[in-house]
Design a protein around this ligand. Sequence first.
Ligand code: 5GP
Length: 139
Amino acid sequence: MLGFILYCAALALGGKFVTANNDPSIFERIMAGEIPSEMIYEDDQAIVIKDINPQAPTHVLIIPRVKIPKLVDANDTHQALLGHLLLVAGKVAGLLGCADAFRLVINNGAAAGQTVFHLHLHILAGKGFSEAGLASPFN
Ligand code: 5GP
C-alpha cells in the first residue's frame, strides 16, 4: 500500500522521481555498448574497465553488472556479489601485474568523492601510496 502511494506521488511529480531513480548510470551505458571503454575483464557478474581519468599508472574500475548505487545500499542478497568483486580485484591485479602492491578504494557518497552512483571498486597501482595519505581527501 505504501509503495502504491509513493508510486502515485511520483507520478504526480511528473514522473521525475521515477525517472531519476531509473536513469541508467554511465557504467550501465558502457555495459550496453552506448559509451566506449577499454574493457580488460568481464564475467557474468562484473566488468573491469580502465578509468577514463587515471589517478595512478594503473587505475581500473571493477563494476558489478547490477546497479547498486552506493555500498551502503547493498544488502544480504548482494553478499556473494560483494565477495566476487573482491576476488575479481585479486584476479585482475594479477592480470595487470600489480598483485604485489595495489590499493583498493570504494568511495561511498558524494562527500567521500563518489561521482558515479553505481557501486565500483578502484584498483590503483604503479605508484607509492603512504599510509599517512589514506585520508587525505578528508583533511
Ligand atoms: P568515483 O568518483 O565515483 O569513486 O569514481 C568514478 C570514476 O569513474 C572516476 O574515477 C572517473 O574518472 C570514472 N569515469 C567517469 N566516467 C567515465 C567513463 O565514461 N568511462 C570510464 N572508463 N571511466 C569513467
